[in-house]
Ligand binder design. Structure first.
Ligand code: SF4
Length: 182
């Protein structure tokens, strides 16, 4: 397994998301974290650099997309390995739904109609977008297979997603829980 690129605490404590990408179902969304980095694998990968050059599009830092299914878009080189192993199609190639610069995914709504097979990327500027983060079964397959260590799966981070969303509810201790057994 490649070295993981996302720090465990990327979304913890006082860190606030930079923005989010919404799902067209009107209910689900995933957050985008951090300012991004230029030392990720995407900035040295020849296929990615050539694809940006061909489009005449500037390659800019993109940050981490998702919270419990976190994808470092600056390390994602559009290999598509995650797509090939995910049993619930958490990921889509965002550019096959909306062919916009990756930075413009911030505060944008996607319907989840993008392509989901390994080799269906529009080109190497495309990224694996965790549009169905909420469907993840935590099988860990994508984290284990990603050749760049760009994915961090941590179901406990759902707490930080909910805190950022203002929907986090602290579970009462068993002594106060009316459903708890004596
Ligand atoms: S952990 Fe498994 S279910 Fe979750 S996104 Fe990765 S491959 Fe899909």
């Amino acid at each position: 397994m490649a070295d993981l690129q996302i720090p465990e605490d990327f979304c913890h404590n006082d860190v606030e998301p930079k923005g989010k990408t919404s799902h067209g179902d009107g209910e689900n969304f995933h957050y985008i974290w951090g300012e991004g980095r230029t030392d990720g694998a995407a900035f040295s990968n020849e296929d990615v650099k050539a694809a940006y050059a061909e489009r005449g599009e500037e390659q800019v830092p993109l940050g981490i997309h998702g919270t419990s299914v976190a994808v470092d878009w600056d390390s994602c080189v559009a290999a598509g390995s995650c797509m090939s192993v995910c049993p619930v199609q958490t990921f889509q190639w965002f550019r096959t739904e909306q062919d916009i610069p990756a930075a413009d995914c911030m505060d944008t709504t996607f319907e989840g109609t993008g392509l989901t097979e390994m080799d269906e990327r529009l080109d190497y500027t495309d990224k694996s977008q965790p549009i169905r983060e909420h469907d993840c079964t935590v099988c860990m397959a994508c984290q284990e297979i990603c050749p760049e260590g760009a994915i961090l799966i941590e179901s406990a981070n759902q707490e930080w997603h909910e805190k950022a969303a203002g929907t986090y509810v602290l579970m009462k201790s068993s002594g106060e829980n009316p459903h708890a057994h004596d």
